[in-house]
Design a protein around this ligand. Structure first.
Ligand code: ADP
Ligand code: MG
Length: 361
């Protein structure tokens, strides 16, 4: 997967940008608030169709017009395609139009044309935040590589809504145990699909993540464990009926799954330092990129936002060794200092300042 050219018009603080990244490491250096994250956001939008940074499209629209256009030429499997996202402000929202090779497409047709693996500082939530962030990590990865997964997720959401409203009807004395039974079966069937896909992915991620982590963190042992529904789901669903009726919600299912991350056998969330947690998240992301490459036959573009801060010198160089040779990489940093000369000489280096990008080597 290759981003050959990126053009931004009025995206956040970029009034106009025309960028031709190289096929290997691309390094973007700039002070805080200059547009480094904004750049990565635009690239990620081309893969995800929406911003990973905000739910409100109109936030990305810059000050010079009531519209934004993000355009790219990407190469996938030797074929070059043009992708575009156009946003037009309408009141406090924005209308989004997506084009593939100039033809208007629906948002969910976009993922798959262009794949990225994104790390940015918010991703520390993967260790520190609630389980929904870890489920989202697995979901966002799986929708990119398993055609049926997005459908299963949507199905699960519908089943939970229906089952929960049936629970409330029953709690209000409105009978319908047989209707609930039907939703139980759907929950077990679709829930099983989702959980199995996640468990399999975690099994695939673990050895790669562990190897990356150990190399970056001189031997520290990373383990990840998928905490899925109980082995006998049918029985658990049955046994939870009284509780579910009381709460009007479903207590068994993949919507409660979690991912446990251990460092040298101890819970990373409780015992890891900021630097250790950051290393663990980066390792998980590198493993995600490897999984996507394995499943699709093509490496995603690696987007690493400010990944070096809070890592000591040794971890920095070990991480950069991992990243060099990982296909196309777009990496941002406030300083060029941490990058070894051999990386700088083989990378394309750019400076970011006030929404403008220029080459500096
Ligand atoms: N919609 C917008 N229009 C114009 N400028 C914006 C918009 N959204 C954010 N910005 C500006 O972008 C800058 C932050 O860019 P960012 O990419 O986060 O910086 P950094 O280089 O630190 O990653 C800030 O100066 C902010 O004011
Ligand atoms: Mg930033």
């Amino acid at each position: 997967m290759l981003l050959r050219r990126l053009q931004l018009r009025n995206h956040r603080n970029y009034a106009h940008l025309d960028l031709t990244p190289g096929p290997g490491v691309n390094l973007f250096i700039g002070d805080n608030g200059q547009g480094k994250t904004n750049l990565l956001e635009a690239v990620a939008m081309l893969a995800l169709s929406a911003s990973p940074r905000t739910r409100r499209d109109n936030e990305v629209v810059g000050p010079v017009a009531a519209a934004t256009r993000i355009e790219a030429e990407v190469e996938s499997g030797g074929i070059v395609i043009e992708l575009a996202i156009a946003l037009t402000v309408e009141g406090d929202r924005a209308r989004r139009v997506i084009e593939v090779d100039g033809v208007r497409r629906r948002a969910f047709d976009l993922p798959g044309h262009f794949r990225v693996t994104l790390f940015w500082p918010d991703d520390l939530g993967l260790i520190k935040g609630g389980p929904e962030l870890r489920r989202r990590f697995l979901n966002q990865m799986l929708v990119q590589v398993e055609p049926g997964y997005a459908r299963a997720l949507a199905g699960l959401k519908r089943v939970l809504e229906q089952r929960n409203s049936q629970l409330k009807r029953m709690a209000a004395g409105d009978g319908g145990g047989d209707v609930l039974e039907a939703w139980n079966e759907e929950l077990i069937r679709i829930g099983g699909e989702v959980s199995i896909a996640r468990a399999r992915a975690v099994q695939e991620l673990e050895p790669v993540a562990a190897r990356c982590h150990s190399e970056i963190a001189s031997g520290e042992r990373l383990e990840i464990e998928y905490l899925g529904p109980p082995a006998n789901v049918a029985e658990a669903v049955h046994n939870s009926l009284a509780e579910d009726l009381r709460r009007g919600s479903t207590s068994i299912g993949p919507h409660h799954d979690d991912l446990r991350v251990l460092l040298d056998g101890r819970e990373a969330r409780a015992y890891g330092s900021q630097g250790q947690q950051r290393t663990a998240v980066v390792s998980l992301k590198l493993a995600e990129a490897a999984l996507v490459a394995q499943r699709t036959g093509e490496r995603p573009v690696l987007l690493l936002d400010d990944v070096l801060s809070e890592l000591d010198g040794e971890r920095r160089s070990a991480l950069l060794r991992q990243v060099a040779g990982a296909g196309q990489v777009i990496i941002t940093s406030v300083e060029a200092g941490p990058f070894p000369p051999e990386l700088i000489s083989s990378a394309r280096v750019w400076t970011v300042s006030g929404g403008e990008i220029s080459t500096c080597g």
